[in-house]
Each structure stands twice: as structure tokens, then as C-alpha cells.
Design a binder for this molecule. Sequence first.
Ligand code: CDP
Length: 226
Amino acid sequence: MKTIVIAIDGYSGTGKSSTAREVARQLGYVYVDSGAMYRAVTLYMGENGIDIRDEEEVKRALEKIELTFALNPSTGRSHIHLNGKDVEKEIRTPNVSQLVSQIAAIPEVRRKMVAQQQAYGSQGGIVMDGRDIATVVFPRAELKIFMIADVAERARRREKELNEAGILADYKSILANLNERDRLDTSREDSPLQMASDAIELDTTSITFDQQVHQIVGMARKRIGC
Ligand code: CDP
């Protein structure tokens, strides 16, 4: 059976990651959360006091960062590891969310992440979500989805998600952070968030999680031919 690459891009909190994970599960594909990679780099830079305005310091720090994904038996999900340590929870904290879009705008950081992401997708059979997956990482992906949703709804969903994960965060600051990240992600010079010309827009404001998964899996099956 033919295997394809599915690229899911969109704004913060549209449900990309949870949707992409479930789509991958239903198709038996690998799921890669590219945002987790930028978040893990951000965690490293913060914990090690790296001056992100100093290009050389950033380059030296990047050489010391190794990112891997491994299945966590207790959650049944793939977790990101930073230099061998599971940091799946630490990367979701408000501190990391505050800084991540600035780190993700640094070209050296992007170069390293994109190379690793492309290597993951070289065999197909992958679902990856992020900001530049359809435009930069896999411009030839067979299925490209661009997810959008009303920002107030996105903030509500993120608040629920963080509370469920035991991470303290209030609606107002989440909303401010989503707006600020959208602004930085769409306006940066290197690989800004934009919809690929051949992507399909999916507005998730008033559809359920199951509906959005169902729609994407349906489109994928058509392309796979099964
Ligand atoms: O889950 P959420 O939508 O909050 O964001 P994420 O996917 O975890 O990504 C966190 C941040 O990483 C984004 O706001 C972007 O600044 C950056 N990012 C990126 O630049 N390119 C990607 N492919 C994925 C994430």
C-alpha cells in the first residue's frame, strides 16, 4: 500500500497536535510534533541561560542539543526527550510558551529542526504538525491541511488542556500568549506561518474533534487509495 506524508499547519491552539496524533494512529502512521522540538530547544536555552541574541552562543548551544522521540508506556504517546530526558511536560509550561516563538524565529534553530524533521519523513507514512510543514519541511506532501479556529475558542481549549495536564494557567494570559505567538509566527522572516497554496483549510471552531479527525482521515484514504 502507498504511504504518504500528511502536513498539518495552523495557528496555536487549533487542535493540530491532538488531531495529527489521532489521524496517525488511525492510519498506522508515525506522528511527529514539530512544535515540541522548538519547545524543547527553548527549554534548553532557558535552563542554560543562553543569550539568544548572540548567534555564536546559540550555535554552540545547538550543538549540545539532542532531540529524540520515544513511546511512553504510561501515556501510550510519543514523548520528546532532550538529551535523553523526557521533557514532554516541562515544555508545555507558560515560561516556555512565552519564549518559544522568539527562539523559533532564529534561522540556525530552524535549520537544525527542519533537517531532523525531513529525515523523519524520508520514508513517508508520517503525520507532522507545525507552522511550516507544508511550505518548507515537506513542500511535496501528498496531503496538506491548514487549521484555523476562532481565537477565543482556541484559548478555551488550551486552558482546558493545561488544567487537565496539571499546569496552572489562566484564560486571559493564554489568550494573550496565543495572540502574541500568532503575530510573531506570521511576521517572522524565516519560514513564516502561512497557508500553502495547495493546502486545504479546515476551520475547527464549531466542529468536534472526531469530525475533524474523520475529515482528514477520509482525505488521506482517498490519496492512499484505500
Ligand atoms: O501547540 P501550540 O499550537 O501551542 O504550538 P506548538 O505546535 O507547540 O509550537 C510552539 C511554537 O513553536 C509555535 O508558536 C512556533 O513559534 C514554533 N513552531 C515553528 O516555528 N515551526 C513549527 N513547525 C512548529 C512550531
